[in-house]
Design a protein around this ligand. Sequence first.
Ligand SMILES: [Zn+2]
Length: 455
Amino acid sequence: MYDLVIKNGILIDPEKLTRRKGNVGIRNGKIAAVTQSEIHGKQELAADDKIVCPGFIDIHGHVDWNTYCGELSLRQGITTTVGGNCGLSPLDIEAFFAVQEQEGFIVNQAEMIGHSMSLRQAVGAIDPLQPATPEQLALMEYAVEKAFEEGACGLSLGLAYAPGSSDEEVFNLSRLAARYGRVVAVDTRMRTEIDMYSLVEAINIARKTGARVQISHLVYQYGTGVVGEALAVIDKARAEGLDIRFDSGMYTQWATHIGAVLFSEESIALNNWSLEDILVITGKYNGKRLNPEIYRDLRENHPQTSVVVFTGIEEEIYMALNHPFAMPSTDTGAYAPGEGHPQIAGSFPRYFRRMVGERHELTIMDAVRKATLLPAETLGFHSKGRLREGLDADLVVFDIKGIMDKADFGLPDATPEGIDFVVIGGEIALAQGKLVNTRAGKAVRCTKPVYDYNI
Ligand SMILES: [Zn+2]
């Protein structure tokens, strides 16, 4: 007798890349049986020929304890979210995990330590256009080592948010990540229409330090007509033996706060954006495009207001996610209900609907692999992202024919359709759209090197 049984599903195994009908038995929070035989549990869920697979791992998010943001992730089938991206993270990683270990959370959380905003701020390197001093860098090195000791799964860089960061800063901190066998997630600078410099710069981190580099939301950086070129640069680096991977969103528009240096007049001109390309998605101008007056008011008085930039080309999304080392991601963040970018509620359902159901870009097995096993391997989550006995019972049951994102600009938090059940650590967290357990999520600490350091 199992604690929980998921019956009569189409089981997708992302390791073997197989699909077969069967049942999953769960005991003590772990997958205890993956079988074609009849099994019984104290609780049983009827999968009714829906897909049953490991829960999705969102390798690039900013949930960071925001319950509503976590709920929108769960409703997409995400069981583990990776926070602290883009150079923005809590500084006390031990406290972050300790609270989750005591109280639980709506989804599992892993965490990066963020350089460009958080660490720099903490050591007094507050001017984003100036490099840190040697003393400040030494303090950051100490903080990064401490974060890795406490279980941070990687270092995140947001080079566009601190363009003054020196090579020394970037390389010294990344070298620590390499030594601990952790990933370096790089939100590359925005100079996208000009050249591949920003991507080559990120790849150089791998070349110079030996770190595994995860390029953040590739389509948001290069989906303006140069994704093909970016993929060629990545493939060439991989052929050289550099460990470069990337994640990508499902939208042609990306979001951040208007106060970022990225939206200085110089940077807007450099990137060839017009104010009309930029839509406000929070606060008093929510739903309006920028004009010179709104731009000035927001930059001066409301720099935390979120905006999205409409410059992407849809085909480039699919091109990017077809790459064997591409993983879907949300870039989700905390917004008040009714505000924000549809990526917060729609990304994974949109990925499965478009990439598998509508466009047949990926088989269901490969689509699941990219959303589960590949991020788990990339980050070193050894007990997640796999449908195997003895591993964590983080699972999702969904209808590949019915899965559908409903979120859009103006309705960014609309619940997707087609996700029947989400199970986290053996507990039913979501059933037919209803939240069942909002404390099933656990801390995901990384304690071992994910790859060998040999430079
Ligand atoms: Zn981000």
